[in-house]
Every structure is written in structure tokens, then in C-alpha cells.
Write a protein that binds this ligand. Structure first.
Ligand code: ATP
Ligand code: MG
Ligand code: FE
Length: 347
């Protein structure tokens, strides 16, 4: 089944074609992402109305480009998947409107995909994919969650952030030290050149039981360390390194706890922070020590993209799930309420 995937929940327009007839990574026939970062940079954050308008401008050209790269036409498609939530309502409506219209015009089935399920399933697009049950760590710009995946579509929330998401903490800490928006990846790059251990930051909430996170205190630690420092480039890099080590250690400690709690040997990591090199190294070492396995998407599929929506949508379409003809989106949406995929619930 060849499925066109459309992502437009925030500030990335993503389009892809995933073909379930081809195994693993080969199934991704083509994918393209257009990032609106430059558009929002001068405001220091995403402006929802500008985001919607830019999705309107970019979506159809990106669909044409992706189909051409896959050497396919709309007639070759078997279904259309789009992000139905959570996200910015206007941005979501653009993707949903285009997806539903295409599906209607081409007489194809369509399905609305949960953005975080897209992230969560992205590692399964790679070769030698893990089989459920497993534990998933979702670390993105808006989420820091540990999820027990009993089966595809059956998710239990084990832990959540009480305040900032991990990616948000990266972005805000970067901003505090004068890095341009969105600073997370730049802070991570800077950390590579920093000296570890110069600043002592806590590992929040690791001294008590439970799987919840809290990252806003770390951001304050960064603010105080930066304010009281010489504010040189090398100090910025050293703070970045100590901050990154604190986030990575905290995530690794909680992942290990979640594996213990569920008796699982497999950890799946997804979302933008999953692209972080040090996090990948740390979790690989942890999994190896336990005789288990950790699976990541390739770094470019950690952040928002259409491939994960095409893939998650293909699994749901193959199970018989269909969106009704009306265009509607769900800006706030709990992943635990999703139907299990094996049952092929139609709604
Ligand atoms: P959500 O998926 O929760 O709605 P989002 O879609 O904005 O949020 P993603 O696109 O998955 O989030 O990820 C973006 C986040 O990932 C940003 O906060 C960014 O700073 C962070 N990020 C990206 N690359 C890295 C990296 N190498 N190290 C740390 N953080 C990173
Ligand atoms: Mg984004
Ligand atoms: Fe995302």
C-alpha cells in the first residue's frame, strides 16, 4: 500500500510516500520537509497564523516534489494520511483540508494520525524494527513522556513532564545564553566543544521514585550560571555541556527505571531530542549493559516529518481504519485514547 503522508501540526511542512510492500527503510519512497524556522525567527517563537499561511503556500508544491522524487503520480497512491492533532489548530486544518480533498478527489481512503504516535512509530520504519511490547521515550519540543507500548495503538503513559519538555528546555536554555531561535540543536552542537563537569547541575526528580520529569529548574540553573559567569564563548560551551549532561543523565535514569518497571528489554526513542548524539550514545551504552536494545529513527526523522505520518497512517489504513468525510482536527489529544491497530476500528 502506497500512502501519502502530510504533516503540518506546527512549523514544519512535511510530505512523504511510504510503501508497505517494501521492507523497512526501503518503504520510504521519498520525503521532503520544509521548515518555517526563518519565518518565525524574528519573533523568537512560532506565530500560529503565519504558520498556517505558510503551510498553505508550501503544501501543494511539496506534494508535487515528493511524488516526482518517488517517481509516482497521484494515481499510484492507495491512501492519504495526515496529522489530525495535537498541534496548532489552523496549521492542522491546512494539512487535514488538503489531505481530505485529495482523498475525495482521487477516491482514496484517508486517515487522521496522532502526531506523537507518528513520532513513536518512526523507529519502526528502519531496518530490523523492534516488535511491541516495548517502552518508548518521546522527547520533543512539546513532550517528554515515557510510554508503555503494549501493541501498536495501545499506549499507557508511564511518566510525563510536570513543566517544560526536554526540547523546550534545550531551546529556552539556548535563548538565555543568547543563541538564536530555535537554539536546541545549536546548544547541543556547542556542548560538543564544552568541558564536562565545570558546572554542577542537578538531575531533577531522580532522587525520588517515579517516572515523571521536570526540566524547568535546570533552565533556571543555566540562567544563574550564565549570569554569574564571564559570558565568554568557552563558558557558554561549558554550560551547554553541563546542561546537556544533566538532561541526558536524567532521561537515561528514568528510561532504565521504566524498563525495570515493565520488565521490557527494548527501548524506542523518538522526537527531536532523539537526534541528540550524547543521548543516543548514553542510551546505547545503557541498553548494552542490560543486554537489551535501543532503537532510534535516523536523526532527520527524529524531528517533524511527513514520513512518520505516512508510516503510522499506512499501518492504520491497512488495519481498516478510515476517517469520516468531514475535515476535523483534534488540537489536544491524549494518545492513550487511540484505538488499537490490530482491531482495525473504523470511525
Ligand atoms: P511535539 O512533537 O511535542 O509537538 P515538536 O514537533 O516541536 O513538538 P520535534 O520537531 O519533535 O518537536 O522536535 C523539536 C525539538 O527537538 C526542539 O525543541 C529542538 O530544540 C529539539 N532538538 C532537535 N535536535 C536536537 C539535538 N540535537 N539535541 C537536543 N535537542 C534537539
Ligand atoms: Mg518544529
Ligand atoms: Fe513533533
Amino acid at each position: 500500500m502506497k500512502v501519502l503522508g502530510i504533516e503540518s501540526s506546527c512549523d514544519e511542512t512535511g510530505v512523504a510516500v511510504y510503501d508497505t510492500a517494501l521492507p523497512g527503510a526501503a518503504g520510504l519512497r521519498a520525503h521532503a520537509v520544509y521548515s518555517q524556522i526563518a519565518l518565525h525567527a524574528e519573533y523568537g517563537g512560532v506565530v500560529p497564523e503565519l504558520a498556517s499561511r505558510d503551510h498553505v503556500r508550501k503544501l501543494l508544491p511539496l506534494i508535487r516534489q515528493t511524488l516526482a522524487e518517488a517517481d509516482l503520480t497521484t494515481r499510484d497512491l492507495d491512501g492519504v494520511a495526515y496529522t489530525a492533532g495535537p498541534g496548532l489548530v489552523g496549521a492542522l486544518l491546512v494539512g487535514a483540508g488538503v489531505a481530505r480533498s485529495l482523498a475525495w478527489a482521487l477516491d482514496l481512503p484517508a486517515v487522521g494520525v496522532h502526531h506523537m504516535e507518528g513520532h513513536l512509530l518512526a523507529p519502526l520504519m528502519e531496518d530490523d524494527p523492534p516488535q511491541a511490547p516495548f517502552v518508548a521515550l518521546l522527547v520533543s519540543g512539546g513532550h517528554s513522556q515515557l510510554v508503555a507500548v503494549d501493541a501498536i495503538g495501545r499506549y499507557r503513559l508511564l511518566g510525563d513532564t510536570l513543566d517544560d519538555a526536554a526540547g523546550e528546555a534545550f531551546d529556552k536554555s539556548a535563548k538565555l545564553m543568547g543563541l538564536p531561535y530555535p537554539g536546541g540543536p545549536q546548544l547541543a552542537a556547542l556542548a560538543q566543544t564544552g568541558t564536562p563537569g565545570r558546572f554542577k547541575f542537578p538531575r531533577p526528580m531522580t532522587d525520588r521514585p517515579g517516572l515523571d520529569f521536570s526540566f524547568s529548574g535546570l533552565k533556571t540553573q543555566v540562567l544563574l550560571a550564565w549570569r554569574d559567569s564571564d559570558q565568554s564563548d568557552s563558558t557558554r560551551a561549558d554550560i551547554a555541556r553541563s546542561f546537556e549532561d544533566a538532561v541526558v543523565d536524567t532521561l537515561a535514569i528514568k528510561c532504565e527505571r521504566a524498563l525495570d518497571a515493565t520488565g521490557s528489554k527494548v527501548l524506542v526513542v523518538a522526537g527531536g531530542v532523539g537526534a541528540n548524539t550524547r543521548l543516543r550514545e548514553k542510551l546505547r551504552a545503557m541498553a548494552a549493559k542490560r543486554g537489551g536494545r535501543v532503537c532510534f529513527p535516523r536523526p532527520e526523522l527524529c524531528t517533524d516529518n511527513g514520513a512518520m505520518i505516512a508510516f503510522a497512517g499506512a499501518l492504520r489504513l491497512e488495519a481498516g481504519e478510515r476517517a469520516g468525510p468531514s475535515v476535523f482536527v483534534t488540537p489536544r489529544w491524549d494518545m492513550a485514547t487511540l484505538p488499537a491497530v490490530e482491531t482495525g476500528v473504523t470511525h
